[in-house]
Write a protein that binds this ligand. Structure first.
Ligand SMILES: [Ca+2]
Ligand SMILES: [Ca+2]
Ligand SMILES: [Ca+2]
Ligand SMILES: [Ca+2]
Length: 445
């Protein structure tokens, strides 16, 4: 029988075997997070002896990964700016530690014989796209000696500059300035096109009318203080832990809320915690909060669009009729895209945040809107919230930013799927060529 026909016959006889061995998942930007409890074969092993492998051209190759140690409450172990440690763990794999890697590094399925020689224990991590059913695999392996061969980092964090850089973006805060907002953003739409800093600043502004509208108080992002309490400069994600508080009045600050911000190669998760000791309506007759990115003149020529306004409008410091007529209803995602690069945004709000919300969009270079690094609004977009209905309690909202490579319209669906349809994970202990299931739960971010 000719070789080609023999191959076809073999595939027909073993269709599921053939399909199951080849990577079919097409996810790229999903961070995949697995708790230690799901990989019991590695329990108690020093982290320096653990490595992650994926199939490259039929052979096992090291994959970029990180293990974040955490305590029972889930709080991560971090370094502090003065060189000490927060929540220092035991340096060994345990049930609450987290393995993190990127979906782009999933590969074909491998047998135990294809793994590096001399390993002690191995776990096969199978990942699947719940929409397409596409699959891919990586292998978490332990050795008797520290691992020497490591894959290059995707993320670099400079704690002294408080600056994150990846192949898709760079973001900068105000080092030593204790500012909660970022004021530098560089886009890298592909390997050769890097924008200048296109951001004026991220704005966060509150206006409240108190005592039957007799007193109006306003607070902006400069009144919000963020103290960098801890960080991790990991190859998959940088973590910045900030203690945030808002200046109220007469030298009084609000209670401090601690949040961890995550910076992956292609995305940022930027949570904010709001602690309210009372219902807003008991102290105020009106209360508005606006937040979003105000860009600078180098963003001129970029387009803004969102899920409710698919026809792009032009950022040029001039408010056109089309911009004035933008549909303000709540949107699922928004985009700023142009020759400079692309940034997608979405917002996740805790259900406790009962409030009105609508599109904020202003593109008028003649508007004075201090404080800010440059005069005027340049494609300033985000959200306007009517917070008068927000009840007492702790509320959380998470801003998510995505930085696609070579963005084309429609690509946003892949980024929405990261949260809306997370990759599912199952883990099997490798014992020879017949893996034994140890966990079929999945945890993704
Ligand atoms: Ca731990
Ligand atoms: Ca540990
Ligand atoms: Ca315009
Ligand atoms: Ca401005």
């Amino acid at each position: 029988m000719p070789k080609v026909l023999l191959l076809v016959a073999t595939l027909l006889l073993f269709p599921s075997y053939a399909r199951s061995q080849t990577k079919t998942i097409t996810r790229v930007s999903d961070p995949i997070i697995i708790k230690g409890a799901q990989i019991p074969p590695l329990r108690g092993i020093p982290l320096s002896r653990i490595a992650l492998y994926s199939s490259r051209n039929g052979a096992a190759a090291p994959v970029t990964f990180q293990i974040d140690e955490a305590d029972e409450s889930g709080a991560l172990s971090l370094s502090t700016p003065d060189g000490s440690a927060i929540n220092s763990d035991d340096g060994k794999w345990d049930d609450n530690d987290e393995l993190v890697f990127m979906s782009c590094d999933l590969g074909d399925r491998m047998s135990a014989a294809q793994l590096p020689a001399g390993y002690l224990a191995a776990a096969e991590i199978s990942c699947a796209d719940p929409i397409t059913q596409g699959s891919g695999w990586v292998y978490c392996v332990s050795f008797s000696e520290p691992v020497r061969e490591v894959a290059p980092p995707y993320v670099r964090y400079d704690s002294k500059r408080d600056y994150v850089a990846t192949d898709r973006y760079e973001i900068g805060y105000t080092p030593g300035g204790m500012k909660s907002y970022f004021s530098t953003l560089i886009l890298k739409d592909n390997d050769s096109v890097h924008s200048p800093n296109i951001l004026d600043r991220y704005k966060f502004r509150v206006t409240m009318k108190l005592f039957f509208s007799l007193i109006t108080i306003t607070r902006n992002e400069d009144d919000m203080r963020a103290v960098l309490a801890g960080y991790k400069d990991g190859p998959i994600r940088a973590v910045r832990r900030c203690n945030n508080s808002l200046y109220l009045k007469f030298g009084i600050r609000s209670p401090t809320s601690m949040v961890d911000n995550y910076y992956y190669r292609d995305s940022i998760e930027w949570p904010t915690l709001i602690r309210l000791p009372f219902n807003v309506s008991t102290v105020a007759s009106e209360a508005l909060l606006i937040s979003g990115c105000d860009w600078n003149p180098t963003a001129t020529g970029m387009n803004y669009f969102n899920s409710c306004n698919q026809v792009p409008v032009l950022v040029d410091g001039f408010m056109s009729d089309e911009e004035k007529k933008l549909d303000k209803k709540p949107y699922l995602w928004s985009a700023l895209s142009g020759p400079q690069g692309t940034m997608l945004s979405r917002l996740w709000l805790s259900e406790s945040l009962v409030m009105g919300k609508e599109l904020l969009y202003m593109d008028d270079k003649t508007i004075m809107d201090a404080p800010g690094g440059c005069t005027g609004h340049w494609g300033y977009n985000g959200w306007a919230f009517n917070i008068i209905t927000v009840p007492a309690g702790t509320h959380r909202f998470v801003s998510c930013f995505y930085f696609p490579k070579d963005y084309r319209r429609g690509d946003e669906n892949a980024y929405l799927n990261i949260l809306d349809h997370p990759v599912t994970v199952s883990v099997r202990q490798m014992t020879g060529d017949s893996p034994k299931i140890v966990s079929t739960k999945f945890i993704t971010d």
